[in-house]
Design a protein around this ligand. Sequence first.
Ligand SMILES: [Zn+2]
Length: 201
Amino acid sequence: MGVYAAPVQDLIDELGRLPGVGPKSAQRIAFHLLKLSREDALRLARSITEAKDRVAWCQRCFNVAEGDLCGICADPRRDSALLCVVEEPRDLVAVERTQEFPGRYHVLGGAISPIDGIGPEHLRVKELLTRLDGEGVSEVILCTNPNIEGETTAMYLARLLKPLGVKVTRIASGLPVGGDLEYADELTLGRALEGRRELDG
Ligand SMILES: [Zn+2]
């Protein structure tokens, strides 16, 4: 028997599974939710259900989307010759915030991490290769995170893509090493994008 009634313990357990939420935070959030009015609590529950029901993955770039294509892929003004490769949709959002990138994106769904058993076959690499021909891509910008996994992924992709005759660039250093793109401010990330350099592969 736990300290809490079963439904409370279930709530704490569920919250504790969220990224960045430790046991103490889970407990604090659970009690916050219990104190909310029924209406407020149900609004949160409904927004989770709605998001799960209505949001899918863009069939082209794997960003979140409400239909077959995300807003960026559906926008005819975006330059299809420039393709920015990111790990997660939240990184795409970080690059979009800089307002420096006119092209399209490709979301890998993670980064290569041998320790976690994640290899290229677990990422959307095949889908990336398919897009190169189909969309007339002339430059691939590797915008993976400036940490070990992100660098490993960028090197792997550079080696894979270079022989295909496409220009492959990597965002400039200057971003905090070991950090996440999503936490970089717009100015720093904008400069990193502008100062991207070509990789030898
Ligand atoms: Zn898309």
